[in-house]
Design a protein around this ligand. Structure first.
Ligand SMILES: NC(=O)c1ccc[n+]([C@@H]2O[C@H](COP(=O)([O-])OP(=O)(O)OC[C@H]3O[C@@H](n4cnc5c(N)ncnc54)[C@H](O)[C@@H]3O)[C@@H](O)[C@H]2O)c1
Length: 166
């Protein structure tokens, strides 16, 4: 059976991606941050008791700021596909918590890539980015047009360089 990991599975994009992959017969593994509230409303309709063998969706606790949890998750599953939809995605809030935003949204991509390189090198990887990296430039948005307007989009740059160098 084909397997896929999704970070940010409880978010808007990750939850739709989860629906799509399940409908295509994938076994889906989702990474979820621990919090005292559940925050799983977007995927509750596909969640099944993990003790049921036919369960096609498995959730684990982890964080893009924590390399060890990413490495053991990826090393255990060795997924065919890895989708990084996790991020501190709110542009306005990125002005309030710029360091955290950089750590999760920028360095987080490097952590995932390192974990894949060391533990599951055949895994195919895709990460979300943002048109905000290009400021108000209309498409086509060539790299020369990069004009970051906020800490959030600025964090995408290391992630972009990391992807291009591999
Ligand atoms: N939705 C859009 O219109 C849009 C537009 C441009 C870019 N994007 C980008 O696409 C991606 C997904 O967007 P979205 O709208 O689904 O965002 P969202 O805010 O709905 O979901 C973000 C997900 O990331 C998770 N997350 C946050 N911090 C984390 C951490 N430290 N470790 C692990 N997971 C963490 C959240 O729990 C959530 O599940 C983001 O990178 C976002 O910036 C989205």
């Amino acid at each position: 059976m084909n397997t896929a990991c999704i970070t940010g599975i409880t978010g808007q994009t990750g939850s739709y991606l989860c629906d799509l992959l399940l409908s295509k017969g994938y076994k889906v593994y989702g990474l979820k941050r621990r919090s005292s509230s559940l925050n799983t409303e977007r995927i509750d309709h596909v969640y099944v008791d993990p003790h049921i063998d036919s369960n096609k969706l498995e959730m684990v606790y982890g964080d893009l700021a924590d390399y060890s949890s990413l490495a053991s998750w990826i090393g255990d599953i060795k997924p065919d596909l890895f989708f990084n939809m996790g991020a501190q995605s709110h542009v306005r809030v990125s002005f309030d918590i710029p360091e955290y935003t950089m750590d999760v949204t920028g360095t987080g991509v490097m952590r995932v890539l390192e974990a894949i390189r060391k533990n599951s090198p055949k895994t195919k990887f895709l990460t979300a980015s943002s048109s905000e990296m290009f400021g108000s430039q209309p498409p086509p948005q060539a790299p020369a047009c990069l004009r970051r307007r906020a800490p959030g989009p600025r964090c995408r740059l290391p992630a972009r360089c990391e992807r291009r160098s591999r």
